[in-house]
Design a protein around this ligand. Structure first.
Ligand SMILES: *[C@@H]1O[C@H](CO)[C@@H](O)[C@H](O)[C@H]1NC(C)=O
Ligand SMILES: *[C@@H]1O[C@H](CO)[C@@H](O)[C@H](O)[C@H]1NC(C)=O
Ligand SMILES: *[C@@H]1O[C@H](CO)[C@@H](O)[C@H](O)[C@H]1NC(C)=O
Ligand SMILES: *[C@@H]1O[C@H](CO)[C@@H](O)[C@H](O)[C@H]1NC(C)=O
Ligand SMILES: *[C@@H]1O[C@H](CO)[C@@H](O)[C@H](O)[C@H]1NC(C)=O
Ligand SMILES: *[C@@H]1O[C@H](CO)[C@@H](O)[C@H](O)[C@H]1NC(C)=O
Length: 430
């Protein structure tokens, strides 16, 4: 009798102990691209019972926000009470009541934040809350067991904030430089390095939380041979709504000059730095499908690209919206790095640190591949940020963000190493 009791006890205790002692090395989220909005979508499993939800990935987003008005049902939902540690982590100083029946997104004595739809640039207020998140771990090669964050912080939002997001999205997942964005919350939940990486493609991609290796089939570790550049903090928030003194949660880098086929493009370089009002500079955004350039930079870069293309005997043709500069694909041969068009170089902190943009990331094939358009768009005059490096330009490049060291590691186009961002093994055996 006694033995049986011990046996049963072991039986019941062992699995829960095993679960608690498992410390993931890293985590990952799968990403897909929505073909109609060109947004990158990630699936995150949340709530009790667990429910997979789709979120638009927002590299510079401040936190995760989710529509709480439609069908939010979870036994583990907890609003963040005024003056709690959660509110201070979120820098949520406001405190409020809700004059309707209590439900997720509507509770008394809670602090609120400003969920931001960065696609439509619309912000509103939302209740800060916690719930369960389940996420797959990885050793950097393959998927491992799922792990749980029991008190994951996010913001509720009203349904109307979903306007402009891909069909089926329940909100946005922010990877920005705040304490409640996904990277910082996962790093503190599992005590790993405050590093994360994104690797996007036109089909499947992946976000890693934690350090490398980040291994893509056939056994290529994209965390090896990264080039590093400092991440720059913009002292003024770039969100749609913010309070005074707040800095930007987005990731800026220091582009010093631009070269096309090794020739320097003449630009007004004061646009390349961030001024005291937070205007200017270069950021990376997954919410912009294509790179957006301030009008004078757009003109200088496109003129230089057209000239360099002409000397390669590439013929210009009429524009195809949203692109202004297009070419016949006739004289353009294909290479491992995409169409053989002029190479665009972003020169960073010194002449040796260069982000090279090859054909696969610079030109977009349209009209049944008969036309190739430069995948850059004109942002007009008076842009808040002079260069916004968009999604198409980072596809199949691994970008690692090291928050502690405040630096970005970039791999350059992985086609050069005979792999792609779609090649991470997301197929678990379980
Ligand atoms: C919410 O639930 C209702 C009824 O179950 C369903 O008809 C509706 O499609 C659901 N809405 C969402 C956004 O899931
Ligand atoms: C909040 O408190 C007010 C005043 O006591 C009450 O009328 C209201 O129903 C409460 N709302 C919630 C969501 O509990
Ligand atoms: C782990 O999570 C993934 C997605 O979040 C899900 O597809 C899979 O079924 C889960 N595995 C287990 C063993 O629960
Ligand atoms: C360069 O840009 C700065 C910042 O927008 C502007 O103040 C200045 O007038 C520009 N200089 C020229 C020569 O256009
Ligand atoms: C340039 O293109 C024209 C027309 O397609 C072709 O006849 C010519 O041979 C090309 N010249 C070079 C140098 O490639
Ligand atoms: C992918 O990962 C699964 C589970 O970890 C493993 O069983 C499978 O062999 C891997 N596939 C490849 C192609 O490595």
């Amino acid at each position: 009798m006694y033995n049986l009791f011990i046996l049963l006890l072991l039986f019941f205790i062992a699995p829960s102990l095993a679960k608690q002692s498992f410390r993931p090395k890293a985590l990952f989220l799968p990403v897909t691209k929505d073909s109609s909005t060109l947004q990158y979508i990630t699936q995150i499993t949340e709530r009790t019972p667990l429910l997979p939800l789709n979120f638009v990935l927002d590299l510079g987003g401040q936190f995760q926000w989710v529509d709480c008005d439609q069908n939010y049902s979870s036994s583990t939902y907890r609003p963040a009470r005024c003056r709690s540690a959660q509110c201070s982590l979120a820098r949520a100083t406001g405190c409020g009541d809700c004059f309707s029946s209590p439900k997720p997104g509507c509770n008394n004595n809670t602090c609120g934040v400003l969920p931001d739809n960065t696609v439509t640039r619309t912000a509103t207020s939302g209740e800060l809350a916690e719930d369960v998140v389940s996420i797959q771990s990885t050793n950097g090669f393959n998927p491992g067991q799922n792990v749980t964050v029991s008190r994951f912080l996010f913001s509720c939002a009203p349904t109307f904030l979903l306007q402009g997001l891909a069909k089926g999205a329940s909100g946005m997942a922010g990877l920005g430089r705040t304490k409640i964005a996904l990277p910082s919350q996962f790093a503190s939940a599992f005590s790993f390095h405050r590093k994360f990486a994104i690797c996007l493609s036109s089909s499947n991609g992946v976000v890693f939380f934690g350090d490398g290796p980040y291994v893509f089939l056939p056994n290529i570790d994209a965390s090896q041979s990264l080039t590093f550049t400092p991440l720059i903090k913009n002292p003024v928030s770039t969100a749609s709504a913010f309070s005074q003194g707040e800095s930007s949660a987005e990731y800026f880098i220091g582009v010093k000059s631009i070269k096309i086929d090794e020739k320097v493009v003449s630009l007004n370089t004061s646009l390349l730095s961030i001024n005291s009002n937070g205007i200017g500079g270069t950021k990376i955004s997954t919410v912009n499908p294509y790179t957006v350039l301030e009008a004078s930079i757009f003109k200088a870069v496109t003129d230089a690209f057209i000239k360099a293309s002409a000397s390669r005997n590439i013929t210009r043709v009429g524009s195809v919206a949203p692109f202004e500069v297009c070419f016949s694909s006739e004289n353009v041969f294909g290479t491992r790095l995409g169409a053989a068009v002029p190479t665009i170089e972003l020169v960073l902190q010194n002449e040796e640190t260069i982000w090279r943009i090859f054909g696969a990331n610079s030109v977009v094939s349209v009209n049944d591949d008969k036309v190739l358009c430069l995948g850059f768009v004109n942002g007009g005059e008076n842009t808040r940020t002079s260069i916004v490096i968009g999604g198409y330009q980072v596809e199949n490049n691994l970008l690692q963000f090291d928050l502690a060291a405040s630096r970005l590691g970039f791999s350059s186009l992985l086609f050069g190493r005979r792999t792609t961002c779609a090649n991470f093994n997301t197929t678990s055996t379980a």
